[in-house]
Design a protein around this ligand. Structure first.
Ligand SMILES: [Zn+2]
Length: 53
């Protein structure tokens, strides 16, 4: 299960159809992120897979 924040619902939700994507940042850096959809309103959600906590 992957949680993301839906800006439309203004709450955390479990992403549906979550998959890992690579986002290119400035300076040639790459960031891993999870991309999915809000199960309630279908808004695209992102979760940056940064440093582990
Ligand atoms: Zn939503």
């Amino acid at each position: 299960m992957t949680e993301g924040y839906c800006v439309k619902c203004k709450s955390k939700r479990e992403m549906s159809e979550a998959k890992e994507v690579t986002m290119k940042g400035k300076g040639g850096t790459e960031r891993r992120a999870m991309k999915g959809k809000c199960p309630m309103c279908s808004t695209t959600m992102f979760r940056i897979m940064g440093a582990k906590k």
